[in-house]
Design a protein around this ligand. Structure first.
Ligand code: URP
Ligand code: ZN
Ligand code: ZN
Length: 546
């Protein structure tokens, strides 16, 4: 009964908190679509960004950037233009490639519900935060990649920024193997994700992992793993329930870092056995990070992706007995109603104890980890309340798409841990390189797509569910403030975010095909032939005739 009451109240809270982006919600509803309010911005397609510090991952310089018809045309000092060009003054500010988020889940069916942010609301929020492209995970339908892709193509029709797809592999047979060929050769997908947990739904076993890795390697596609030991997590969950621990702290307790470390080590060793590059998504613990570090030190091609939540948060919130934190952000009339606020922090692998985040930051600044994602996967507090009596039913996932660029700047650059060029590398360029779309994306160079941000290092930002562009009614970074504000976002050559005003148009985002055999595959065949010639086998034996 209490559960039902909470759900009803939260439902009300969710709708009362929908962000006030009237034009966008209007467009999204299909009203007036394609006509006055909803068509692609009619503002000039010629933009000059004057006098900023242009930052690439390899170099920075004070220069102007001239944009026309969606492309960067020139990067040099003192560019002269005519009256038909919009001029943006970037003096004292950084002009950088728009962020690319390698890890999101928009409009995903998961744990008996659907993520609340879709390809429009999630992307609109991303643009407001300086991210201009993301790569989302297609989930197969009953194991079928083709059916999964068809569904995600429909979901993505409302896109307002560029996007690409990874594909999850949830079962193995000849059909799936052939579909992987199709995905790579005809659909522009060059990465496949294997979930080593979520027993009973997405989880795959080691046999599938080995088959999948072999297939990926043959296609020049990058295998990715969610590395937690699914059988042990299942056991850990049972143990917590038997102990009467049903709240969100049970989520963290049931899957300690050692289970992430074990699965990361196993995936890395199997990738080494197959001799394929490997991408480990959402590295959340010291245990997993150290496995990545060890492998890289030995020369293995392993890419480690921390996510913003893992770099910033710690798990103390999960022990908070206060059910009413989120209600502080909802209208006064329902302020006294209980909302299970700390359920919003439940994600997998879990947010770890204090100490892990700092270690992950260090690994990022020293190059042990290579790029930052978000694993953006949002649910309303109503949806999170599905697990009010049992943490195993709390839909897993947190926000991050809108906050990533700000939080990484503040945590890593403002604190002096990395340079502005490193910031560009870990938020944009490295992702473009790994997924083989550089320098079209991830660079401010003539010929690159005009996906650009202007960041003011002296302005500050504040994060709140009252201000964010998402549909969800909570924000795991509620109340966080910091320095370095994205004042302008240009996506596909259009100004989509300026002076706190968002102009995002459904249908304006493009699907970005990603070809196979990115740089992480360079030289793999040489290592294979060295291995073969080192085998000293088969030994020629002759039967004796005595
Ligand atoms: O909690 C999470 N991470 N939700 C999204 C699905 C996944 O495992 O990446
Ligand atoms: Zn995952
Ligand atoms: Zn994920």
């Amino acid at each position: 009964m209490i559960t039902q009451l909470l759900i009803l109240v939260n439902l009300f809270a969710t709708f009362s908190l929908l962000p006030a982006t009237a034009t966008n919600q209007f467009c999204e509803a299909g009203i007036d679509y394609g006509e006055s309010g909803c068509q692609i911005s009619s503002s000039s397609s010629k933009i000059l960004i004057k006098g900023g510090t242009v930052v690439n991952s390899h170099h920075q310089e004070v220069a102007d950037v001239y944009v026309e018809d969606g492309l960067i045309i020139a990067v040099q000092p003192n560019i002269k233009v005519g009256d038909d060009v919009i001029v943006l003054d970037a003096t004292g500010k950084y002009v950088m490639p728009g962020g690319i988020d390698p890890h999101t889940h928009l409009d995903m069916e998961f744990m008996g519900t659907q993520t609340i942010d879709d390809f429009f609301s999630g992307q609109a929020a991303a643009l407001a935060g300086g991210t201009t492209m993301h790569i989302d995970f297609v989930i197969p339908v009953d194991g079928s990649l083709t059916a999964g892709l068809k569904l995600y193509k429909q979901k993505a029709q409302k896109s307002c920024m560029d996007y690409g797809f990874h594909m999850a592999i949830t079962k193995w047979d000849e059909v799936v193997s052939k579909e992987m060929d199709l995905m790579v050769k005809e659909e522009g997908i060059n990465s496949f994700k294997f979930f080593m947990l979520y027993k009973g739904s997405f989880m795959i076993n080691d046999e599938l992992l080995i088959e999948g890795f072999k297939k990926c390697k043959s296609l020049g596609a990058l295998p990715m793993v969610h590395a937690e030991n699914g059988d042990a997590v299942f056991e850990g969950q049972k143990r917590m329930i038997e102990l009467g621990i049903t709240g969100p702290e049970g989520h963290a307790l049931s899957r300690p870092p050692l289970l992430e470390g074990e699965a990361t080590a196993r995936a890395i060793r199997l990738a080494r056995f197959v001799n394929t590059p490997l991408y480990v998504v959402h590295v959340m613990s010291i245990d997993a990070m150290e496995e990545v570090a060890k492998a890289r030190k030995s020369g293995q091609r392993v890419i480690g992706e921390p996510v913003v939540s893992g770099l910033i948060l710690n798990d103390s919130v999960l022990w908070d007995p206060d059910f009413s934190i989120a209600s502080k952000h909802v209208p006064l009339v329902i302020c006294f109603i209980f909302v299970p606020s700390n359920y919003q922090y439940v994600m997998s692998p879990p947010i770890r104890a204090a100490g892990h985040a700092k270690a992950l930051q260090g690994a990022l600044s020293s190059g042990v980890l290579q790029l930052v994602g978000t694993d953006h996967c949002t649910f309303s507090s109503t949806q999170k309340a599905f697990g009010i009596d049992d943490f195993r039913k709390i839909p897993n996932g947190v926000n991050g798409l809108e906050e990533r660029m700000h939080l990484v700047w503040d945590t890593m650059v403002e604190s002096g841990q990395i340079s502005a060029s490193d910031y560009v590398r870990i938020t944009s360029t490295e992702c473009a390189k790994i997924f083989n779309i550089y320098p079209r994306k991830g660079a401010i160079l003539p010929g690159s797509d005009a996906d650009i941000i202007i960041l003011n290092p002296n302005a500050s930002f504040t994060i709140s569910a009252k201000l964010h562009q998402y549909r969800t009614d909570t924000n795991v970074y509620e109340g966080v403030t910091g320095k370095g504000k994205v004042e302008v976002t240009i996506a596909g050559g259009k100004i989509v975010w300026k002076n706190g005003e968002l102009k995002a148009f459904p249908g304006s985002g493009k699907y970005v095909e990603m070809p196979p055999f990115s740089y992480v595959f360079d030289g793999i065949e040489k290592a294979d032939s060295n291995y073969l010639s080192s085998l000293q086998a088969p030994v020629k034996r002759s039967r004796s005739s005595t």
